[in-house]
Write a protein that binds this ligand. Structure first.
Ligand SMILES: Cc1cc2nc3c(=O)[nH]c(=O)nc-3n(C[C@H](O)[C@H](O)[C@H](O)COP(=O)(O)O)c2cc1C
Length: 152
């Protein structure tokens, strides 16, 4: 892994799930859980924007794999940095207001711009596959039972 990235990973974040711009599920078919700005501000100053994989837990629920876009979403040109976590699980309903704990385990790629929404969607699908694979390695698996997470 890139030296800068490995200096701050794994990284643990916790906070309430708030509404984002709502494009995640509408435009992309890929719902994302957003954190308020005070949580985003806890990222180290050297944090490299990009797509990361890791573990997620809602309240004291089960552990799920996740893939997160952490940055400015060049396709949408956001002004503020955001942490958008896509939990790899089909949920029946929204979970705004829940507490979300994440362990950011590894870096997949830098944020990119796209000529079409379709390319963004296809890239995200591939990210989900890559995240799933990377989380199977023993180093990643260890973090799933880190003391940071509550007992399900
Ligand atoms: C795994 C993943 C990868 C993403 N990669 C990019 C990217 O490379 N470039 C980009 O502009 N946005 C990227 N996005 C961000 C989406 O544009 C973002 O989730 C969308 O703007 C929804 O935001 P909203 O929930 O605030 O509406 C990615 C999102 C996810 C979940």
């Amino acid at each position: 892994m890139d030296q800068t990235v490995s200096s701050y990973l794994p990284l643990f974040l916790e906070g309430e799930v708030i509404k984002g711009f709502g494009r995640g599920s509408k435009d992309l078919g890929c719902p994302t859980a957003n954190y308020p700005l005070d949580v985003v501000k806890k990222l180290p100053s050297e944090f490299k924007p990009g797509v990361y994989y890791g573990w997620a837990q809602l309240d004291s629920g089960p552990m799920y794999k996740m893939v997160a876009n952490i940055g400015y979403c060049p396709y949408y040109q956001n002004k503020e940095m955001s942490v958008e976590t896509h939990i790899i699980h089909a949920f029946e309903k929204d979970f705004y207001g829940s507490n979300l704990r994440i362990a950011i385990v590894g870096y997949l790629r830098g944020e990119m711009n796209f000529d079409s929404l379709n390319e963004l969607i296809e890239t995200i699908k591939q990210d989900i596959v890559n995240a799933g694979k990377s989380l199977e390695n023993p180093e990643s698996q260890k973090l799933k039972s880190n003391i940071f997470f509550g007992k399900p």
